[in-house]
Design a binder for this molecule. Sequence first.
Ligand code: AMP
Ligand code: MG
Length: 360
Amino acid sequence: MDEPVLPSHRMAAVLVGLLACATACRDAPTPTLVRVREIRRPMGTYMAITVYAPDEAAGTRALAAAFARVEQVEAAISTWRRTSDASRLNREAGGQPVPIAPELAALLKRAAAVSAETDGAFDVTIGALVRLCRRTWRRRRVPTPEELSEAMARVGHRHVELSPDGKQARLAKAGMRLDFGAIGKGYIVDQAVGSLRRSGIQIALVDAGGDIYAMGAPPERAGWTIGVRDPDRPTEMQILKHRLLVRDCAVATSGDYEQFVVIDGHRYSHIVDPRTGQPVEHMSSVTVVAPDATTADAYATACSVLGPQAAVAFAEERKGVEALVLHRRDGDALARARSSGFDRFVLTEPAATGSDRDKP
Ligand code: AMP
Ligand code: MG
């Protein structure tokens, strides 16, 4: 059917209407936005969401929807919840395929991709190894070689089987355990961001335990300011080594200062190399900027395993990805390595200490 043609006088009226609107829109003051913020505790972490919305009610509604989405995703992916699909997969390891929610299928796919591109330095099937480390560390000892090889036999991203339609999955080896500690927080941040966008929000900061997505910029500002903690003084929040200014990207930091154990004077990190079973050493923190929070979270952990030079090279090879690595040999001063584009995000940093000696 032909489109109805508007009579010329109506055309003129429409045009005048459009022009009037254009003028009015130009003259109208930018609508004031209201800042609304809420903190909850999903997945054993704190999650703070700040939004700028046209009014308080719209902001509150958007926050409620975002947290509801997070709750829905957590119900599928949390290995802490007995009833989640992820827990069911763990329980059924070595047995039958398990029906899984699309959220878990997407997360498994993303995790498999990061395992492939890091040659296995990142691996969400590391659960048995992480459990062993935690159990022995609690008793102030390190795993024996036998315990290590027994746990390592139950690790391997290639043993995750996902059906082609993504509706079922299976862990092929008995005793395998998924652990989404290195990617789950980033994933729920991205899910919250998606929900906020669907609610019409254009300016927001979503922070799940330090894994952050910065959407747009607060009014009259160029971006969101984010602090990277000083690994030497992690509990003193006011002492920030680096302050970053970011918008429309994610930032995640992995660090052994958050969780580590000292046994016989040796410091062991909670990040473990799945290929050797050995905890990462000498890496104090890795901060990654990436287009989305799932990627930033996974890459920050992967880069901790890769080590300073390989981590910087890894970031250099990837568009939209930058890395800042703070590392040290026992007793040495903190050294710093970063990818060439990282400085774009740096607002302030510690005075030059000569610690940039290994900057590539
Ligand atoms: P993150 O704080 O994001 O670096 O995540 C660290 C957590 O991820 C650890 O506490 C473990 O539960 C898990 N994890 C440790 N090493 C690895 C690894 N190489 N690949 C994937 N997950 C890991
Ligand atoms: Mg991580």
